[in-house]
Design a protein. Sequence first.
Lengths: 174, 114
Amino acid sequence: MNPPLATEQRDRLHHLLTQMAGRLDGAVDFWTTVCLSPALPGRRAFLTANVEGLRGLVAETRGMLSASAPLADPLAVLAARCEDLGNAFLTLGRFESLAPDELRRTTTAIAEVYRDLRSALLEVGRAAGVPLSYWEGQRAQREEYYRGILERLYGLCVGLTDSEKVTDTAARTR
Amino acid sequence: MSFFACDPREVQRVKDALQYNDVNLGVGIVHEPTGQIRLSPFDDLPRRGGHVELADALGLPLAECKGFIIARQGDSFMPVNMSHLNGPQGQPGSLQMPAATFAGVVRALLGAGL
């Protein structure tokens, strides 16, 4: 069993869980956009930096909570799936060079990892006695927005492999 | 909406942030009913939530917004017409807003000092 958290630790844990939840949604909305923008300079560096940021939040969360029951499993899932998320996005960041089956596996993996990380964050909060409220007030329309991106990701990638479409997206200013 | 407006201070804030950290990006949205363009460095968004977080923070309905990204390449700043907001009625679909709309956005950004 885990000892009860002090108020300051509870606040910090709630902040960490909320940050991770926000970044997870941000990954769906914005990281995917970056991945699908070959004209964007520094695409891989951006993804690497943000994966590292998420990894740091996971590490701090794990460091704050002792990995005994009932937290052991969700903390392990959180760490493992965070790594999976990073790997999947770094692969998606070179989508234009992927074979169709690898692209399909990658986009499927992102959707699965998103679902698993979301569940793990909620479970860590519940098990630690610090319920995550981030998604509580989210309207069905917003849920559908993220779900729609994940469902259409493969098709968006395929549609963008036409190089003319890709190069038309950027406008140089100087 | 053929006229777009952008606060030069927001443009400068994004340019400064991208000069300071070259793995940062600019997040941009245009609110179509008013023509107002709003910008933020990605790393300044508290939850790194991208276009959705910026629209939410400003109280703008997603269905009324289009999105783009600003990147730095050397001494240049490059608006990129890509966002999931650009699908029909804020739903994911096409990632690009209409070319004429984007051209108007780019003109406004240039006019504001990008």
